[in-house]
Design a protein around this ligand. Structure first.
Ligand code: 6PG
Length: 245
């Protein structure tokens, strides 16, 4: 694993840098392999990144070769304001010519959540017939208490080694969620972690900034991909006197 931390003035600069870095990766990967597989994160931070893709790269990226997946989803309808799919549709999908068959949302119309997790896992296994999916790029965020995707501190889902997708009851609303599991995240070729805002300082101080051992108390610390791990932080999340990119 190679790990690098980049610090930016604010969330806007962070998302601009992540958009440019990822766009370059998409182009390279599509040239090499004919397609690029990307796992999108939910929450608020990455919305600007998706909007930059739509606004500044909408006409230039090879969308016909880019496949989008979700790292986690709330078990709500796809038009619910809490839906990660809805956020991506509004910020990106409604604005770029990506074929519908390249968009792979988690099936929140399937219940119970365990059945939805199994259905998404089956869909992933069709896309990745090899033993583990090696996504070209996985975006992750960090919660104030160190959660990532929908893997929260000390969750039993952190111990899953034979599942690709888990149905999880989380401490945060909405409480029923679907999430990729740690082994899937750690098979990523490239993982970009985006963290902005002072409320992320404590989680970062206990993890990447302390170069700490992985701990179930801070799930983001358990993300140690075989490939490249790149942290995009703003100064507020990094804390004072941060060297700036
Ligand atoms: C979700 C996300 C979650 C998110 C963090 C950070 O569904 O909410 O997948 O893991 O990345 O909670 O969220 P913010 O970007 O809103 O701070």
């Amino acid at each position: 694993m190679s790990s690098e931390v980049r610090v930016f003035t604010d969330a806007s600069a962070l998302c601009r840098a992540a958009a440019e870095e990822s766009a370059h990766l998409f182009e390279e990967r599509c040239k090499q392999a004919g397609r690029c597989t990307v796992v999108l994160s939910g929450g608020h931070t990455p919305r600007s990144l998706y909007e930059i893709w739509a606004r500044d790269f909408g006409g230039s990226l090879p969308w016909r070769q880019i496949h989008l997946f979700w790292g986690d989803e709330r078990c709500v309808p796809p038009d619910d304001f809490e839906s990660n799919f809805r956020m991506v549709r509004e910020a990106l999908l409604d604005h770029v010519a990506i074929p519908p068959e390249n968009v792979h949302p988690m099936p929140t119309n399937v219940s119970p959540p365990e059945a939805a997790a199994k259905a998404y896992e089956a869909a992933l296994r069709r896309e990745f017939p090899e033993s583990w999916p090696e996504f070209d790029l996985i975006f992750l965020g960090v919660g104030p208490e160190g959660h990532t995707a929908s893997l929260f501190p000390n969750s039993p889902a952190l111990a899953l080694q034979d599942r690709w997708v888990a149905a999880i009851t989380t401490p945060a609303e909405p409480r029923q969620r679907l999430s990729l599991t740690l082994p899937v995240l750690n098979h990523g070729r490239n993982v970009f972690v985006l963290a902005a805002g002072k409320e992320k300082q404590e989680a970062l101080r206990h993890t990447v900034l302390a170069e700490a051992q992985g701990s179930a108390e801070w799930p983001i610390s358990l993300v140690r991909p075989a490939g490249n791990l790149l942290w995009f932080l703003d100064e507020a999340a990094r804390g004072a006197s941060a060297p700036r990119n």
